[in-house]
Design a protein around this ligand. Structure first.
Ligand SMILES: Cc1cc2nc3c(=O)[nH]c(=O)nc-3n(C[C@H](O)[C@H](O)[C@H](O)COP(=O)(O)OP(=O)(O)OC[C@H]3O[C@@H](n4cnc5c(N)ncnc54)[C@H](O)[C@@H]3O)c2cc1C
Length: 370
């Protein structure tokens, strides 16, 4: 156990800080920039640096560097609000899923576009009536000849309007318990039968969408993993998503602006800043442990819970610091309106507390809904 950084890691952090500052100067900053900062030119620039897929195994085109290197880069880019959105979901989740569960053909076909910063992916998981209770999802993919025919609806699909592919979680078998019969399909977003309707959020963004599937034909070769047995795969992807640094520093850029403005001579403000800074450091330790693969199975629920509740506290501090100006349109107003979403997306805080209680602490299971 060694909590210090190597000289190489310090140098990487300094480089990432400089890249982030240059990107913010060129493209501007945005809160939660891994969702709100869609910017393909910046993705291509990072790809040329070899920073997309930096920790993927070399046999799949990655640089094979330690996961902690990826985390250092992400912490600096997202912490500054640099626009990493166009590649983020694909690099974080879809690439690793495809190289872990996909076929050699899928790996050859889809990974290079992600690594080049060219392909944007979205995740089609949540549905009306199937958010926290994902196993209740009803979008169906029915076998038909050498493919599937998909019908159903997704909602809150971030990047739905700009993505090249949707990584679709759907039901291929309606018999048996809800967790069984779920599969993962890669679906090109330009497939006939897909209709996307962006939803404007109250912060003025429109990154998430409703996505409707009407008789969409998908080749059987786009199935990732074992048909009907994908629920565990999906849960592993969620673990990966929940344990990341993107869950801690999404509104750090906003915090920096509040800090510049705060009356640090005020005893109560100093107390609050000390508290926030302490939580940033604790959150980082949790995330580093996840990145190093040393957290117990399922613990990413606790990591995300701690980190996103912290992000909400940061938002409260920002609101108090800017006072009535928070209400004026602009970066601060948008960042504040957006803040509630941190503890909803990727699993709400209530759901994460349930997971911590049951899976980490071994407390009695939540009673079944009546
Ligand atoms: C910014 C943002 C981006 C998103 N991007 C995507 C995306 O790209 N792809 C995608 O598929 N989805 C996405 N989502 C959807 C997100 O995953 C869901 O909103 C989330 O899982 C909650 O589901 P729900 O909205 O249906 O709420 P519900 O599940 O209906 O929950 C409503 C409330 O009930 C509580 N609740 C529900 N069940 C329980 C329980 N058993 N015990 C205690 N409390 C409970 C919840 O905590 C919540 O407060 C995104 C959401 C946001 C906010």
């Amino acid at each position: 156990m060694d909590f210090s950084w190597t000289a190489e890691q310090e140098a990487l952090r300094a480089e990432a800080k400089a890249v982030a500052a240059a990107a913010v100067a060129r493209y501007g900053w945005v809160a939660d920039s891994w969702i709100n900062g869609y910017c393909p030119p910046f993705a291509r620039e990072l790809a040329q640096r070899g920073w997309i897929g930096i920790s993927w195994p070399t046999e799949f085109g990655g640089a094979g560097r330690p996961a902690i290197d990826r985390m250092i880069i992400a912490e600096e880019l997202i912490g500054a609000g640099a626009p990493v959105g166009s590649y983020w979901v694909a690099e974080r989740q879809m690439g690793p899923s495809i190289y872990t569960y996909g076929t050699a053909e899928q790996q050859l076909r889809y990974l290079p576009g992600i690594l080049a910063g060219e392909a944007t992916w979205c995740i089609g998981m949540s549905e009306p009536g199937a958010g926290s209770d994902l196993a209740a999802l009803r979008t169906r993919a029915v076998r038909d000849g050498d493919g599937f025919v998909v019908n159903g609806q997704k909602i809150w699909t971030s990047f739905g309007a700009v993505a090249d592919f949707v990584y679709l979680i759907c039901r291929t078998n309606a018999d048996g318990p809800p967790h069984a019969g779920i599969s993962e399909l890669i679906v090109p977003m330009n497939s006939p039968g897909i209709e996307v309707r962006p939803i404007k959020d109250m912060a003025g963004g429109a990154h998430f969408c409703e996505v409707f599937f009407t008789d969409v034909r998908v080749p059987a070769s786009n199935l990732v993993g074992v048909e009907g047995a994908a629920f565990k795969q999906t849960m592993r992807q969620l673990e990966h998503e929940r344990g990341g640094i993107d869950r801690l520093v999404s509104n750090h850029a906003l915090y920096r602006r509040a800090l510049d403005r705060a009356d640090l001579g005020d005893a109560l403000v100093r107390q609050e800043v000390a508290e926030i800074e302490t939580r940033y450091r604790l959150g980082r330790l949790l995330v580093y442990r996840e990145a190093c693969g040393q957290a117990p199975k399922g613990f990413s629920a606790a990591t995300k819970l701690f980190c996103t509740e912290h992000e909400r506290r940061v938002a409260d501090f920002v609101a108090r610091t800017f006072g009535s100006q928070t209400l004026l349109a602009g970066d601060v107003a948008r960042g504040m309106c957006y803040a509630n979403s941190y503890s909803i997306m990727g699993g709400t805080s209530n759901i994460l507390r349930n997971i911590v209680a049951e899976r980490i602490l071994g407390l009695p299971r939540e009673p079944a809904a009546r």
